[in-house]
Ligand binder design. Structure first.
Ligand code: SAH
Length: 362
């Protein structure tokens, strides 16, 4: 795929490395005591990952706006920030007039966050209402029994990678007062299909001739791992359809293991090489609707989009329909990874296809 610049230049480097965001917990050998949980949380200890998130202005400004534009909701209320990282959302909430803000994070970054909050209380007039608690949200005991608002930035690649929403739901069920609000409170996953011949050749077919040797075993592995990258909107061949909407105020962990049927309609005569997944997050308690979009037609975020390559391309005529079914579940051995199966059915003039591909986002 090309970078969003779409100038035909060399594609951007891939961003599936665990260090980018949230880490992958599959790298057990990198842990302090061999548990994947350590690796996951250690990946958040370095400031670099927080720098990347803070510099994602679409992300951070949307959260900022959701809080500053709704001071009437935050004023004099108790706020919990699940996974506070640098404490940025805590500071937004304190500035918006919250009575008390509690930030919880189990990564060592919180030692720095304590210094950051103290510095801003001393030097920038930040109200002294923030308490930072180090520990896993699931285990810590908060200094309050109930909170009025939960804020959290929990989204991962393809929305659910990292499974951090599970943690937000635990916090919600334990601490959110009746009638309390969750920011953001809705998220929708979308799927569409793209033309991506050049980049597919570079990433997949390249293994067919490596210095004169065939490396089909690695080609197979490459197909299984979806690629996280920014896609040029001009590559999108079909419409985009929602496959799941979750309501964070009410959903359960079971809702995050789902199967969805979809039907995409080709907008042009073109080739389809891959499915594309991305999400919108919505702050619907905001007095004006506020959406954090991550689709290819919007300014790119650090979540980019997720590309699932088909083994064989589909040649579509305008108006033809690609039917499919996507199943997404946390991996049995490592619940932060995602198993995603996509079944495709296509009966077109040029192509007939009935296949199922299995992917692992890790
Ligand atoms: N709120 C910050 C950081 C978001 S990244 C910001 O918006 O910039 C998510 C953070 O959640 C990471 O710092 C990670 O260490 C923390 N986290 C993830 N799961 C957690 C859990 N179960 N308990 C406590 N903290 C968690």
């Amino acid at each position: 795929m090309e970078s969003s610049g779409g100038d035909g230049a060399a594609p951007e480097p891939m961003a599936t490395e665990p260090s980018v965001i949230g880490g992958s917990s599959s790298g057990g050998s990198k842990t302090t005591d061999g548990t994947s949980a350590d690796y996951y949380f250690n990946s958040y200890a370095h400031f670099g990952i927080h720098e990347e998130m803070l510099k994602d202005t679409v992300r951070t400004k949307t959260y900022m706006k959701s809080i500053y534009d709704n001071k009437h909701l935050f004023r004099d209320n108790v706020v919990l920030d699940v996974g506070c990282g640098t404490g940025i959302l805590c500071m937004f909430a304190a500035k918006a007039g919250a009575k008390q803000v509690i930030g919880v994070d189990c990564s060592d970054i919180i030692e720095q966050s304590k210094k950051i909050v103290a510095q801003n209380v001393a030097e920038t007039g930040l109200p002294d209402v923030i308490t930072l608690v180090k520990g896993k949200m699931e285990d810590v005991v908060l200094p309050v029994e109930q909170v009025d608002i939960i804020i959290s930035e929990w989204m991962g690649y393809f929305l659910f990678y990292e499974s951090m929403l599970d943690t937000v739901l635990v916090a919600r069920d334990k601490y959110l007062a009746p009638g309390g609000l969750v920011f953001p409170d809705k998220a929708t996953l979308y799927i569409s299909a793209i033309e991506d011949g050049d980049y597919k050749a570079e990433k997949m077919d390249w293994w067919d001739d490596v210095y004169g040797f065939k490396m089909s075993a690695l080609k197979e592995l490459a197909y299984v791992e979806p690629i996280v990258d920014v896609v040029d909107p001009r590559q999108v061949v079909t419409d985009a359809v929602p496959i799941l909407t979750i309501d964070v105020q009410t959903c359960t962990v079971a809702d995050l293991d789902f199967t969805a049927k979809f039907e995409l309609t080709s907008q042009y005569n073109d080739h389809v090489h891959a499915f594309l997944g991305y999400f919108d997050t919505v702050f619907s308690h905001s007095h004006r609707p506020l959406v954090l979009p991550t689709g290819p037609e919007h300014k790119s975020t650090h979540w980019k989009q997720t590309v699932f390559y088909l083994r064989d391309p589909i040649t579509c005529k305008e108006g033809e329909k690609i039917s499919g079914e996507l199943r997404c579940s946390p991996n049995k051995d490592n619940h932060r990874d995602l198993d995603i199966d996509i079944a495709v059915n296509f009966d077109g003039v040029h192509t007939k296809m009935d296949v199922k591909h299995e992917y692992k986002l890790r």
